[in-house]
Design a binder for this molecule. Structure first.
Ligand SMILES: *Cc1c(COP(=O)(O)O)cnc(C)c1O
Length: 399
């Protein structure tokens, strides 16, 4: 079939909840993907950071195939021999004490919300149904009804109400605002260490340390949503390490499977996950042996292949190259590791036009919020690959 035929049937039979670039992909390897006509592209999005280990990573694939032949799903009604080892390896790697496995990122967020509410009632002593969770403006935590209930993006919320109560929105990057917003009924502060979907928004230096201190002082749970920033993307295993802090709950997903399979997890450093008793929360697929085998290998690849260190070094090199682009329409180039945003001024005509041109030149990028292009290639990318990319990006972004 021709690309246009794939696009037509997709448009006819699929819901239109995405507006993808018109490229129909059929194969991937490392940082590269190929379309149905054999044209090769550098993937600069990595499925929103889910394929940090590169497309079709051989070791993860082998682990997946091997496990698929042995045992895929038991449900949590029974134990399986992949779950315990994943827990232990994840805890050792992230210095956590407890793990709760789910599938999608949104489910990890939902799990955290349930756990901190219960913690609030049973440990902190908040009156029933009064628990409050503080979140930030321009957050992105997923698409379920509870999660969009505290989204500030009208596209995410319009005509989806009624919404779940119990959330309070403050400015991102403003630690004083957090201090002011906390009441006796506050149970948690949920925040992304870097706001990815909002356009790679990096908080002021010291922000993560400040919110850690405030949460400690006020006795509330600090939740970092590291579903996008975690697992090497920013040049550290977790973005919280940039400021040497540890959240009480850390949410990971996306690259936890290297893009093979939906796997997410809530990591806990405190008694919070301890409040969940048998039957109170669960998921048919959460913690299944196939997911665990994939996740165990995805983590090994990150560590043993030095992908975290590579993200730091190559990310810095990439950002320097992008900063050399001379175009007054570019407002800012910012990022950490290989999570980089190039923001254009509002009158530059939007970022989409650049993404279309980059696609023609063999780079797949996605605009976020009209004026920002996010560059987030797989962490297996080399300096030579970046040179190849900059040769193509520089003339296009200079126009
Ligand atoms: C992608 C993302 C989610 C949601 O993950 P899904 O797997 O799409 O449900 C939540 N939080 C952040 C920060 C994300 O980037």
């Amino acid at each position: 079939m021709k690309p246009q035929e794939y696009i037509l049937i997709e448009e006819e039979f699929g819901a239109h909840n995405y507006k993808p670039l018109d490229v129909v992909l059929t194969r991937g390897e490392g940082i590269w993907v190929w379309d149905v006509e054999g044209k090769r592209y550098l993937d600069c999005l990595s499925a929103y950071s889910a394929v940090n280990q590169g497309h079709c990573n051989q070791r993860i694939m082998d682990a997946m195939v091997e496990q698929a032949k042995k045992l895929t799903l038991t449900s949590r009604a029974f134990r399986n021999d992949q779950l315990g080892p994943l827990y232990k390896e994840l805890c050792e790697l992230t210095r956590s004490h407890k793990v709760l496995p789910m599938n999608s990122g949104a489910e990890a967020v939902e799990t955290a919300i349930k756990a901190v509410r219960k913690w609030g009632y049973e440990i902190k002593g908040v009156p029933e149904d009064k628990a409050e969770i503080i979140v930030c403006r321009n957050n992105f935590h997923g698409r379920t009804i509870s999660i969009i209930s505290f989204s500030t993006d009208p596209t995410s919320t319009t005509h989806f109400g009624p919404f779940t109560p119990g959330f309070k929105v403050i400015e991102f990057g403003d630690a004083d605002a957090l201090e002011r917003a906390i009441t006796d009924n506050t149970v948690a502060f949920l925040v992304e260490p870097i706001q990815g979907e909002a356009g790679v928004i990096i908080p002021p230096d010291g922000y993560l340390r400040d919110v850690r201190r405030i949460c400690d002082d006020k006795g509330i749970v600090l939740i970092f949503d590291e579903i996008q920033t975690g697992l090497g993307r920013t040049g550290k295993l977790l973005a919280e390490e940039h400021e040497g802090v540890e959240a009480d709950l850390t949410l990971i997903g996306k690259a936890l499977s290297g893009g093979f399979y939906p796997v997410s997890a809530v990591l806990s450093n405190t008694e919070v996950l301890g409040v969940l008793k048998p039957g109170e929360h669960g998921s048919t697929f959460g913690g299944n042996p196939l997911a665990c085998a994939v996740a165990r290998t995805a983590l090994k690849v990150l560590v043993e292949d030095g992908l975290v260190e590579n993200a730091a070094a190559v990310g810095e090199y990439f950002m320097e190259g992008l900063r050399r682009i001379d175009n007054p329409k570019i407002k800012e180039v910012r990022g950490r590791g290989l999570l980089i945003g190039v923001e254009f001024h509002n009158d530059a005509g939007g970022a989409r036009q650049y993404c279309e041109k980059l696609k023609e030149a063999g780079l797949l990028c996605k605009e976020t919020h009209e004026t920002i292009i996010r560059f987030a290639p797989p962490l297996v990318i080399t300096r030579e690959d970046i040179d190849w990319a900059l040769e193509r990006i520089t003339p296009i972004l200079s126009e």
